[in-house]
Design a protein. Structure first.
Length: 273
């Protein structure tokens, strides 16, 4: 039995989600096999050396405590702390620069610009989304008309067309392995989710980004939207602290997810003295 420091902000208020419920239940399931202690993200750096591994879950947008988070991750890397998720993530964990790089490389993502000279190459749209590279949970997001794109300062920001998508869908993975999918049939209600049965093409789409990220250990959520032409486009690759909506899946899917997470943590701890 290993010891886990489970990092969560039980008091964080998220729109349409109760982070605390999910982490109380999930940490309780992990306690069946591991010794688990919960702590606030601001306390993680001071406590992590007492545990075999650190599990970062619903810790809230790190933009609200960026300096403390940077101190925590820097110390974890220097001390070789076993992290779940691994700190090697290339998605939201490292900011949203990856959307720029993936867009420029031709991946199926919402077209994204980060330089003024790229703005004119964005598809025509009534409005454009401007959001910070280090943003999360819609913090700092705003909409502008195309005629006013020239007024946008691209420093630390990215710009995307506001696509009239049919729905958003999320694919949930433990490590490289798909677990379940949920979707929001109403584009105006992002967190009113329902079970989604992905096609083989859907899974191939999501797996492509998980394989690109090549995360050693952890949970990933691939968020996508169904564009007007029927194509799936990446919205974000959440590899830091993705909310899981475990209360919305069936018992079989929930049990399979918990088993997969336990198995991944066992593998992470395998070399613990």
């Amino acid at each position: 039995m290993g010891t886990l420091l489970y990092v969560t902000d039980l008091g964080y208020q998220a729109r349409g989600r109760r982070y605390c419920d999910e982490d109380i239940r999930l940490s309780g399931r992990l306690r069946e096999e591991f010794e688990v202690a919960l702590c606030h993200p601001l306390d993680a750096a001071a406590l992590m050396d007492r545990f075999d591994a650190v599990v970062v879950r619903n810790s809230g947008p790190v933009i609200h405590y960026q300096e403390a988070y940077d101190t925590f991750t820097r110390a974890a890397r220097e001390a070789g702390v076993r992290m779940f998720n691994s700190l090697s993530g290339k998605g939201d964990m490292a900011g949203k620069d990856y959307l720029l790089h993936l867009s420029r490389e031709g991946f199926p993502v919402i077209p994204t610009a980060g330089r003024r000279e790229e703005f004119e190459r964005l598809p025509e749209a009534a409005e454009y989304v401007v959001k910070p590279l280090l943003g999360a949970d819609s913090v700092g997001l705003r909409f502008v008309e195309r005629a006013r794109l020239g007024e946008v300062d691209p420093a630390g920001m990215l710009v995307q067309p506001r696509i009239p998508f049919a729905y958003e869908v999320s694919f949930y993975f433990v490590g490289p392995t798909f677990q379940y999918a949920l979707y929001a049939p109403d584009p105006e209600a992002r967190w009113r989710l329902e079970p989604y049965a992905p096609t083989a093409a859907d899974l191939e789409f999501a797996q492509r980004f998980v394989d690109w990220n090549d995360l050693d250990f952890g949970i990933q959520r691939v968020d996508a939207c169904r564009a007007p032409d029927g194509e799936l486009l990446l919205v974000e690759l959440e590899d830091l602290n993705p909310y899981l909506s475990l209360d919305l899946v069936g018992e079989a899917e929930r049990e399979a997810f918990v088993d997969a997470m336990k198995g991944s943590l066992r593998e992470l701890l395998r070399d613990t003295p």
